[in-house]
Design a binder for this molecule. Structure first.
Ligand code: ZN
Ligand code: ZN
Length: 437
């Protein structure tokens, strides 16, 4: 979209001069902030808001400051009592990885894990903003990077568990950053990379519509109608057919289709991901058979796995082929018993705005909305009726997959057909040529 050229983000830092007329870029940021606060978080009057970013970096990247300021303003306008931001910086983690004692990487912030949990337990909304280099850690020693990732996962696990149970209203949005933009648009000049990435975010978050909030209300209502329809069907299996793909995925009794909005423990309806285009549910971990071919490269652990196929028998991967990155793919599948089975299947129409860009963003928030996908590894308990209160054993018995991994890969294309198998055995079309029937 070249309807207009938003100023690059470096100019955004000069935009906070009240005597200046708002530019198109500033207007877009304001619309984005309002959408995030009103539709994404659905921030309630008197609620507090905590803004964070990638936890390993300590918080939200400084490059997101123009958006953070607009979100803070929008939150106070919505009645927030207090808005706080935890800032982080990739360069500081870089300094640590280069200079800190080699045996110190199991250390973690003394206060942050408790602070995060306290905010959630007090009912404050939490927003995570991504404005980072997807390859941030590629040049550091893999063992140190792994140690940092493990320590982070261990220390913030109580917080992440609260979030995955929707203990409070939370959200994830993105802001363009120079290193990220360079990765997505390597063919462009640096100034154009930022412009392009901001334009993409603007279009994918429907900020280019005359009334973005109304556009999201319509879109979220459509997703809700879709999940209602699929939940009423209770298909026993889906059959996928496309080039290189003939796959049957069994669905467990009581599977729940989820998409668009979630509900917090206190009853607040919020849309945790902006953008979001998918509806998803849980496969039966033992009832996946056939072969599926990927339709987009998978970026996993800093390696691109390209043009790959997986063959399943009774739920388990029995063969993995890839033109590039086959070793990494096989290592992923063998990571633990559950990594060789599916834990999620998501349907995304080929007409979705993210699919239409044809761009790989190296960020799940965008990429998982580009095409129908499945995930190797853990299933979400909320995609099974009553699953959230089940023991791990009961969840597995019901068909839920458990694993330390959860890796989405894309299988959708304009050539993919999906059929639903009803309890009666009758088969009906769900998607044709990549779009809803
Ligand atoms: Zn997904
Ligand atoms: Zn997923």
């Amino acid at each position: 979209m070249q309807r207009r050229r938003p100023a690059p983000a470096c100019d955004a830092n000069r935009m906070y001069n009240p005597s200046r007329m708002p530019t198109d870029f500033e207007r877009m940021l304001r619309a984005y902030a309002e959408l995030t606060v009103k539709v994404g978080l659905n921030l309630q009057p008197r609620q507090r808001l905590l803004i964070i970013g990638p936890v390993a970096n300590g918080g939200c990247a400084l490059e997101a400051a123009p958006l953070v300021r607009q979100i803070t303003a929008a939150a106070y306008d919505a009645g927030a009592r207090l808005v706080e931001t935890m800032w982080g910086d990739e360069a500081l983690l870089g300094a640590r990885l280069q200079r800190a004692p080699r045996d110190s990487f199991d250390e973690f912030s003394a206060w942050m894990p408790r602070a995060l949990v306290e905010h959630v337990e007090a009912g404050h909304a939490v927003l995570s903003i991504y404005a980072n280099d997807p390859d941030q850690l590629k040049d550091y020693p893999p063992d140190l990077v792994a140690a940092v990732q493990q320590a982070t996962a261990r220390f913030v696990r109580p917080f992440r568990e609260h979030i995955s149970r929707n203990q409070t209203n939370w959200g994830v949005v993105a802001a363009a950053a120079e290193t990220w933009a360079a990765r997505v648009y390597p063919q462009l000049a640096p100034a154009d990379q930022m412009t392009q990435l901001w334009s993409a975010i603007e279009r994918l978050c429907r900020l280019d519509r005359p009334d973005p909030i109304a556009a999201w209300e319509t879109h979220l209502a459509e997703l809700a109608a879709r999940t209602d329809h699929l939940n009423a069907k209770q298909y026993t299996a889906l059959r996928y057919t496309g080039p290189g793909t003939r796959l049957t995925i069994g669905l467990p009794a009581g599977h729940c289709w989820v998409g668009g909005r979630s509900t917090s423990a206190s009853g607040i309806r919020f849309a945790p991901n902006l953008p979001t285009e998918e509806v998803f549910t849980m496969p039966h971990k033992d009832r996946v058979d056939g072969t599926v071919r990927s339709t987009k490269p998978l970026s996993y652990g800093g390696t691109l796995i390209e043009n790959f196929s997986l063959t399943f028998a009774e739920g388990r991967v029995v063969d993995a082929q890839a033109e590039k990155g086959a070793d990494v793919l096989r290592r992923l599948v063998n990571m633990d018993a559950g990594a060789a089975r599916l834990g999620e299947l998501a349907l995304v129409p080929h007409t979705s705005p993210v699919a239409q860009t044809g761009v790989l963003f190296y960020n799940t928030l965008f990429d998982e909305n580009a095409a129908s996908h499945v995930a190797l590894g853990a299933a979400y308990k909320f995609t099974l009726r009553g699953g959230e209160t089940m023991s791990d054993e009961a969840f597995e018995l019901a068909g839920g997959n458990r694993s330390a991994a959860h890796v989405d890969f894309m299988i959708g294309s304009p050539e993919l057909d999906v059929d639903g198998v009803l309890a009666s055995g009758a088969v009906e079309p769900v998607m044709r040529r990549g779009d809803w029937v």
